[in-house]
Design a protein around this ligand. Structure first.
Ligand code: TYD
Length: 137
């Protein structure tokens, strides 16, 4: 599975009369091995989270409960996605700006990451990010 651009991924929903079960395996269902998992909940609807790009880390975001939106930008073009299904995720490659917002009160946003946490690989200034990406375009 080679993916360079952000992309919606639909996971298989294993369902029977006991309920549903979704499996996300690294290097099978998503294009990286999972080194870190975190989840975001309890954000008010007017909160904007993220607001950064990562030099090294790739992510998959899944709203396992409720809904949120994610806006991604490569420095020039932006796209908005609604995450509102526990069996649908969005893959975000490295060097992509992301904002998460419009959290529903029951939103639990699960994030799978390809790297351990390292605050120094975050770019938190959008102008610096877009300058850097335009140099590499
Ligand atoms: P932050 O990066 O601001 O979250 P988001 O981008 O989702 O809005 O992270 C919030 C706090 O949690 C900040 O103090 C850093 C810490 N943190 C970790 O220690 N490890 C992690 O893997 C993440 C994502 C955050």
């Amino acid at each position: 599975m080679i993916v360079e651009k952000h992309k919606i991924i639909n996971f298989k929903e294993n369902g029977d009369n006991r309920g549903k079960l979704v499996v996300v395996e690294g290097m099978k269902d998503i294009p990286f091995d999972i080194k870190r998992v975190f989840y975001i909940y309890g954000s008010d609807p007017d909160v904007v989270r993220g607001q950064h790009a990562n030099r090294e880390t790739e992510f998959v975001l899944i709203n396992v409960s409720g809904s949120s939106k994610v806006r991604v930008s490569d420095g020039k073009n932006e796209s908005v996605f609604i995450l509102d299904k526990p069996h649908t995720g969005i893959y975000l490659p490295k060097m992509l700006w992301k904002d998460m917002y419009d959290f529903s009160s029951d939103s639990i946003l699960l994030v799978l990451a390809s790297e351990h946490y390292d605050g120094s690989e975050y770019i938190r200034d959008f102008d610096a990010f877009s300058k850097e990406t335009s140099q590499h375009a």
